[in-house]
Design a protein. Structure first.
Length: 62
């Protein structure tokens, strides 16, 4: 990613870069929070293992 140097950027570019930084920080803060009902990595791993086990049991029973 190319970043414009602030010493040779126009006023419009500096304004754009400042706004971009603000939006990116707000997005990162918002996306970094866990939401109600969201599974953790361990929970996703457990669900995945259960799906695989169910698939294998289904193949064995047939």
């Amino acid at each position: 990613m190319q970043v414009a140097s602030s010493h040779n950027a126009t006023a419009g570019e500096r304004e754009f870069l400042a706004e971009r930084d603000t939006v990116c920080e707000e997005f990162a803060t918002h996306e970094g929070q866990r939401r109600k009902g969201q599974l953790s990595r361990v929970e996703y791993l457990i669900v995945g293992l259960l799906v695989v086990a169910t698939f294998v049991i289904t193949l064995v029973v047939q």
